[in-house]
Design a protein around this ligand. Structure first.
Ligand code: C2E
Ligand code: CA
Ligand code: CA
Length: 929
């Protein structure tokens, strides 16, 4: 040791020693950097790095050695043997390269140390070969112990250096470089200390030597090269490190900035090794809490127990990736749906580094997806169950979707109605199937297109093959459109049926009154334009009511149907039949020649009069017909029909002896009278309520004594417009329309009440209509009025005409007997006119016979009239019934009656019918007459 130190102190130039140290440290750092680089690089690249590292180390230690040699000044150096100098360089480079190669390639410590020791051996090899190159005029003696120590020192430090440099240790680079420097320096100076030179000037120098000057240049060049390489390496390394650091920083920031994905790493055992902020947000753990924990904490208990976390890692390693969407647990125990990707990371040497794990919270996405799926499903269901066909087209007329109803409506093969099919092609296909011509197809397509292009779209009705479709096209903002197809065949049919029902009679199927009116209006209009005539024909069945009552409604219906069928059967061109209601029918006939109408009416009569078979029972309902003709009878529908009705009315009321008499044509004169009667009838119904009636009284006296025997009540009507209307005119109308029932009761009540107030016991004679006898409980009525007015029955006399008891004689007589039983007397009025049968007088015990005034009026000139008067008086005598003569106007007439022995008389001679002033005694009337 002492020798080494003295050598260092005495024989070295310190400036050069320092340079040697700089070169040594630089070379060592460069070498270690390259070694570590070689270690990390892929096997293909590795050899290059190994050779570079070997060269750097070799050149470095070689330069270090020779600079140090120049710093060593034995004072005798003459030159350097060229061959040995070169050999020493080659030794340095090759052996260190071999050592570095071994250390870089092998991962085991032992081999890395062996590699390092080899590097140390290379240093030693270079050192002693280099010493052989030294040309000095002296003998060199080697202290063998120091030589051995120097070699071992180099190898030991070399082994330590490379095993540290190739390890994972934190400052492996610096430690390795330091150890290598120590190894080189230790070896060198120990080796130098082993030298002992004894001067020998005789010693011959070899021929090929480098002078110290050229050696200096060479070393300087090599040293520069080493330093350059070193600087380049260090710069390069710095740059790489800066880049790597920046990358790492950026990457870290990036990973942290990602909010939607939890990105973190697991070590090979599945323990969390880092953690980003999104991960913290998703899972609730902070980095401090979770780093180092197994990633299975993110799994729900059951999955954890089923070994899912381990299987995930295994799958990732085996397949290079593991991906799933599954439930995960947060720190607070809540669950969320995660989409997880697990990717293994390997070192270049294939060693598993760990796993990159990317997790995304898909709870919302999953819910959205589910909702979308549900919506789509609902939409699908709705589409499938729509009663309308629906198609969606894009702007290029391509079908996007169609519901199944479309196929049904168009009877289409579902394979032909697929997305992408052109609308135009569909129109062509459907219409071709129906045999449409190309022109028709083109026209239809254009019609569709027009609707589609119209703002807001539009719809149209298509009829084909008995099917009615309502088609509607609604444009969409993107240029496409929605088409809907509605099969409205059934609806149309219903509408048509309802329309038919509204215009036709349910029972017979004939047009009804509304339809008839519309048709008649039309015909009138057309006739007016074309100068034609129109006959409105009213028809009424004669015996329908009878058949209905006797045979039942079913039979009645059958009669109506049969007649309806016949009537519509006879209708030809310009002829029309309707049922107006009940057994009323009507026809319209447009014509120019009268014989056309005659012909139609003949057909009509045949149809009406032919008998009908009702289950083997023949009936002949017969029908009355009234005809009114446009334009002569009326210009308007209402009046034309009205006139036809008037004619019908006449046809019905005229006695029928032949079929032709069942037909009446409107005749203004006759039918206007009928119309007038109807108007009168209408007014009669309101006359009582309007207080238009009064009762006048005409006195009746005994012919011989001229004593008052009674008064006849005679009805008076003051019509608001017509003034006084004679009972001769209105009583028959009242009887016809039935108003007589109320009117008769009113007269009876008024007359009785009046008579009850009189202070004499005169009778009151009230006329009774045959209609009253037939329709009212007359007995009860008379009785209650007598009670009501307090008039004694004996003072009441009812006048009836013979016609009253002609119809249902037995019944009429029964009623009369009951009335008579009340104490009321019965007079037979207008005797001598009409039937005037003895039989009538015999059949009932009348209390008075009134000879019609016509006989007395003629009596003066007609012996026949006088004979009749005489005969009636005789009849009365024999039956012991008093006789009253009506219409006595003169004294002569009265004398006649007296001479013939008539009991009573009534007439203008005794007094005109007059109203009673209240509280006026009726005898005053008699007197005033
Ligand atoms: P009638 O029962 O034969 O009534 C007598 C008619 O002869 C009355 O006509 C009367 O005014 C008229 N008369 C009386 N004396 C003379 C006379 O000297 N010369 C002429 N030329 N005529 C005379 P009136 O009032 O116009 O009644 C006509 C008919 O109307 C009545 O005939 C009767 O059948 C009917 N009538 C009147 N009032 C009623 C009534 O309250 N009920 C019913 N059912 N019929 C009535
Ligand atoms: Ca009378
Ligand atoms: Ca009379």
């Amino acid at each position: 040791m002492f020798r080494v130190l003295t050598c260092l102190r005495d024989q070295h130039n310190w400036a050069l020693v320092l340079l040697a140290a700089v070169v040594c440290v630089s070379a060592s750092l460069t070498a270690m950097t390259l070694v570590r680089r070689a270690k990390k690089s892929a096997s293909g690249e590795r050899m290059r790095w190994v050779l570079t590292a070997g060269a750097a180390t070799g050149f470095g230690i070689w330069a270090t050695h020779f600079i140090a040699m120049m710093a060593y000044d034995p004072g005798v150096v003459a030159g350097y043997d060229l061959v040995n100098t070169l050999v020493s360089l080659v030794v340095a480079v090759t052996i260190t390269a071999a050592g570095i190669g071994l250390a870089a390639m092998e991962s085991k410590l032992v081999w890395r140390s062996v590699g390092g020791a080899l590097v140390g051996l290379g240093v030693a090899g270079m050192h002693y070969t280099g010493m052989l190159a030294l040309e000095v005029p002296a003998h060199i003696h080697w202290a063998k112990d120091l030589v051995a120590v120097s070699i071992l020192l180099g190898m030991a430090f070399g082994a330590a250096s490379l095993s540290v440099a190739t390890s994972e240790a934190k400052h492996g680079l610096w430690a390795g470089a330091g150890l290598l420097v120590l190894g080189i320096v230790g070896h060198h100076f120990t080796g130098m200390g082993a030298i002992n030179m004894i001067a020998d000037p005789t010693r011959q120098l070899s021929g090929l030597t480098l002078s110290p000057d050229s050696m200096s240049l060479t070393i300087a060049a090599v040293a520069l090269a080493v330093l350059g390489l070193c600087a380049a390496t260090i710069l390069h390394r710095q740059k790489l490190e800066d880049l790597a650091e920046a990358n790492e920083r950026h990457f870290g920031a990036l990973v942290d900035a990602i909010q939607d994905y939890a990105i973190y790493m697991l070590d090979p055992n599945g323990r969390v090794s880092n953690w980003n902020t999104a991960a913290q947000r998703f899972k609730g753990y902070s980095a401090e809490e979770i780093v180092g924990q197994g990633f299975e904490v993110f799994y729900p208990e059951a999955q954890r127990r089923a070994g899912k976390p381990q299987r995930a890692l295994q799958t990732a390693v085996e397949q290079g990736r593991f991906e799933e969407e599954a439930l995960r647990v947060r720190k607070d125990g809540s669950h969320f749906y995660a989409h997880v990707v697990l990717t293994p990371m390997f070192e270049p040497n294939g060693r598993l580094l760990g796993f990159a794990k990317i997790t995304r919270d898909v709870t919302q996405t999953k819910a959205d997806r589910e909702r979308l799926r549900q919506t789509t499903h609902n939409f699908d269901t709705a589409l499938r169950h729509m009663s309308q066909g629906l198609c969606l087209y894009d702007a290029e007329e391509r079908l996007i979707l169609a519901n199944p109803r479309v196929m049904e409506i168009f009877n289409s093969d579902p394979e032909k109605v697929v997305p992408g099919v052109l609308f135009r092609d569909q129109v062509i296909r459907i219409m071709q199937a129906r045999g449409a011509s190309p022109e028709m197809i083109e026209e239809r397509y254009r019609a569709h297109r027009a609707l589609i292009d119209q703002p807001g779209g539009g719809s149209m009705i298509i009829e084909a093959g008995g099917v009615v479709l309502s088609v509607s096209h609604r444009p969409m903002p993107d240029g496409g459109w929605v088409s809907t197809y509605d099969d409205i065949t059934e609806r149309r049919r219903d509408e048509a049926r309802i329309a038919h029902m509204a215009r036709h009679d349910g029972l017979t199927g004939l047009p009804n009154r509304e339809h008839f009116n519309a048709h008649l209006d039309q015909d009138l209009e057309r006739a007016a334009r074309q100068g034609q005539k129109v006959a409105a024909i009213a028809i009424d069945l004669n015996r329908f009511k009878e058949i209905n009552d006797l045979r039942g409604h079913a039979a009645g219906d059958q009669v109506l149907k049969t007649i309806a069928d016949r009537l519509s059967g006879i209708c030809g061109e310009a002829e029309f039949t309707a049922r107006l209601g009940g057994d009323e029918f009507a026809c319209v006939k447009r014509f120019t020649e009268t014989r056309d109408l005659t012909d139609f009416i003949a057909r009509l009569q045949t149809a009406l009069n032919a008998s009908i078979d009702l289950d083997g029972f023949e009936v002949a309902p017969g029908g009355s017909v009234g005809v009114a003709i446009y334009p002569e009878d009326a210009a308007q529908r209402e009046s034309l029909m009205n006139n036809a009705d008037l004619a019908l009315y006449r046809a019905k009321s005229s006695p029928k002896s032949s079929q032709s008499e069942n037909v009446c044509f409107y005749e203004a004169r006759m039918d206007e009278a009928a119309r007038d009667r109807r108007a009168l009838a209408k007014d009669l119904w309101q006359a009582i309520a309007r207080d238009e009636f009064t009762v006048h009284y005409q006195v009746q006296k005994a012919v011989d004594t001229q004593e008052i025997t009674g008064y006849e009540a005679l009805l008076r009507w003051k019509h608001p417009e017509r003034g006084h209307v004679s009972p001769v005119d209105f009583i028959p109308v009242a009887e016809e329309c039935g108003a007589i029932l109320d009117i008769g009761e009113w007269v009876l009540r008024t007359a009785c009440a009046e008579a009850a107030r009189w202070n004499n016991q005169a009778k009151i004679a009230v006329n009774l209509s045959p209609v009253q006898l037939g329709h009212v409980d007359l007995v009860h009525m008379v009785h209650s009025i007598l009670i009501e007015t307090g008039l004694s029955p004996r003072r009441l006399e009812l006048e009836i005409t013979e016609s009253t008891i002609i119809g249902d004689k037995a019944r009429a007589l029964h009623i009369l007997r009951q009335i008579k039983a009340l104490g009321v007397t019965i007079a037979i009025d207008d005797f001598g006119t009409g039937y005037s049968s003895l039989d009538t007088l015999n059949s009932f015990p009348f209390d008075k016979i009134k000879i019609d005034r016509s006989f007395l009026m003629e009596a003066e000139h007609s012996p026949q009239a006088r004979a009749i008067i005489r005969a009636i008086l005789a009849l009365g005598k024999s039956l012991q019934v008093p006789v009253l003569a009506e219409g006595v106007e003169t004294l002569t007439q009265l004398e006649l009656l007296r001479s013939e022995g008539c009991d009573e008389a009534q007439g203008y001679y005794f007094g005109r019918p007059a109203a009673l002033v209240p509280d006026e005694a009726p005898d005053k009337i008699a007197r005033s007459a």
